[in-house]
Design a protein around this ligand. Sequence first.
Ligand code: CP
Ligand code: NVA
Length: 309
Amino acid sequence: MNHFINLKDIPVSDLRKILNDAKKRKNKRKKTNTLDIDKDRPLRGKLLIQIYEKQSSRTRLSFHIAIKQLGADSITVKANELHLGKGGESLADTAKIISTYGDGFLLRTDSDKKLEDFSKNLTIPIINLLSPSSHPCQVLSDVFTIEEIKMKPISKLNICWIGDCNNVLNSLIAASVKFKFNLNIGCPKNYSPPKLVLDWVKKNKRKINIFNDAKKAAKNSDVIFSDKVVSLNDKVNKLKKIKDFENYKINRNIMKVTKPGSIFLHCLPRGNEVSEEVFLGKKSRVWQQALNRVHVQKSILLYCFKKLR
Ligand code: CP
Ligand code: NVA
């Protein structure tokens, strides 16, 4: 079995296998209904247990569909209804129980340590559905969307992130190292990626380009990414942070300096970091991006069960 916790810990050959499998499976589903099961029913009889400690719309729904299309089933347990931590039940005991009843565990959590502790105590695979430090399912799926739209390997493209240096960006940075693509980041001075992340990039002999000017970061980009300025796990002065990012809003002037065929992506939910005109405009591919979560997550599940073709 394989866990799927952080892109930086997964060999690029495996990430590429996941993307190839997703492409093949997506192509085969042109005339099917949402819940039609793939012909090979690769996860028939399996039970996936999902827990969300934080809100989710897309991840929850796209995994529900992905699991059904593979012939498996899932149950979502409400985080506040678990015994975990209450009445003295330890994480190790909860992990043992989840491994006894389920075949796979999917967790969205506000604690990276909890993911790590579960991975050590489970005897079934775990998938990270978003943590304070990463969002690997989102970003691998976004690599798929970019290559699908641009019809070339992401290593040949200029990718730009304008906004907060958060969990999604950390995973995008990991992807830039694994898939070797050029990554520009536009953010205010005091909001650069953490030193630990930058040191890891350096250790892997890659470079990312940080600009404290949104237009400079966006220049000649093929893809512009943005995300909410205030994330679910942010315990900051929200009004101050939003003000600090005032000059980093994606609008038509930013999109003007990108390459002619450029696209705009956003994982959603959104705030004021992008204008309505860009978000709903011709360059935006956000709905295709959301749909592709289903296809890529199916192949992530198959990777976890070592069933990739
Ligand atoms: N993009 C994303 O993960 O959305 P949700 O928080 O709605 O799952
Ligand atoms: N950075 C955002 C992503 C939501 C999908 C958050 O963590 O809230």
